[in-house]
Ligand binder design. Structure first.
Ligand code: ADP
Ligand code: MG
Length: 250
């Protein structure tokens, strides 16, 4: 059965989507059976894997109109994708009236879990019902943190939400790891933030850090993970190293 990992941080622009696409692709390249479930209405990880984000069958249709999850999965050469589209933007409100509203994503992914080793969920930048669904569907969370001054702000809200979810909805939810992204080790500030994050999450911060690398920001416009766009880049090396470290911790 797949291990389901939500990539979550309610802050936007911290590298959730970049991590989801590139970690999923790096693991697929190592022969793992990987599904990327895009759960952000912006659908950036859908297009980042080279899938059309105007798809008519995506995760939204699986949740609200009984499309079987397997019918929405798109097979790409970088791994399988359960795409998102704009329709998901209204779902936060629409799901409120539904039965098992916190578990709709879990119920959808459980249909697919036997087919994969890992399912990664790319979360939207909020702690509302969509993210709550992602926390209830997951075995663990992977938290990207940008090495900048306000990095820790918001993480306490996230961890509070995780505690509430553990208490009431998903007791098994674990912390997979914390990943420093867009990291510039030459600055004192970045080093200081890294120390603070390690202090806050002892033993949970990946030794692999993701450097700021322009190739990582270019790859999505080509619809390719970094390993396919420029595998000699520092970004590609970092995500490949992360995949190795991630697997060691399983
Ligand atoms: P989130 O999903 O958390 O909103 P993204 O992964 O979309 O964050 O990243 C935000 C922006 O920063 C995107 O334009 C992305 O291409 C860019 N980016 C992410 N990680 C890096 C990195 N390590 N180096 C350079 N640019 C990055
Ligand atoms: Mg994103």
């Amino acid at each position: 059965m797949a291990k389901i990992i939500s990539i979550v941080n309610q802050k936007g622009g911290v590298g959730k989507t970049t991590t989801c696409v590139n970690l999923a692709a790096a693991l697929a390249e190592q022969g793992k059976r990987v599904l990327l479930c895009d759960f952000d209405p912006q659908a950036n990880s859908t297009s980042g894997m080279g899938v059309d984000k105007t798809v008519s069958k995506g995760i939204y249709e699986v949740l609200v109109s009984d499309v079987p999850a397997a019918d929405a999965v798109v097979h790409t050469r970088y791994g399988d994708v359960l795409p998102s589209n704009k329709a998901l933007a209204g779902a936060g409100i629409e799901l409120i009236g539904m039965d098992r509203r916190e578990f709709l994503l879990k119920d959808a992914l459980d249909q697919l879990a036997a087919e994969y080793d890992f399912i990664f969920i790319d979360c939207p930048p909020s702690l509302e019902l969509l993210t709550l669904n992602a926390l209830c569907a997951a075995d663990s969370i992977l938290v990207p943190v940008q090495g900048e001054y306000f990095a820790l702000e918001g993480l306490s809200d996230l961890m509070n939400t995780v505690r509430i979810v553990r208490r009431s909805l998903n007791p098994k939810l674990a912390l997979e790891g914390v990943l420093l992204t867009m990291f510039d080790g030459r600055t004192n500030l970045a080093m200081q933030v890294a120390e603070e994050v390690k202090h806050y999450f002892p033993g949970k911060v990946y030794a692999t850090v993701i450097p700021r690398n322009v190739r990582l920001s270019e790859a999505p416009s080509h619809g390719k993970p970094i390993t396919a766009y420029d595998r000699t880049s520092r970004g590609a090396e970092a995500y490949q190293a992360l995949a190795v470290e991630f697997l060691k911790k399983q």
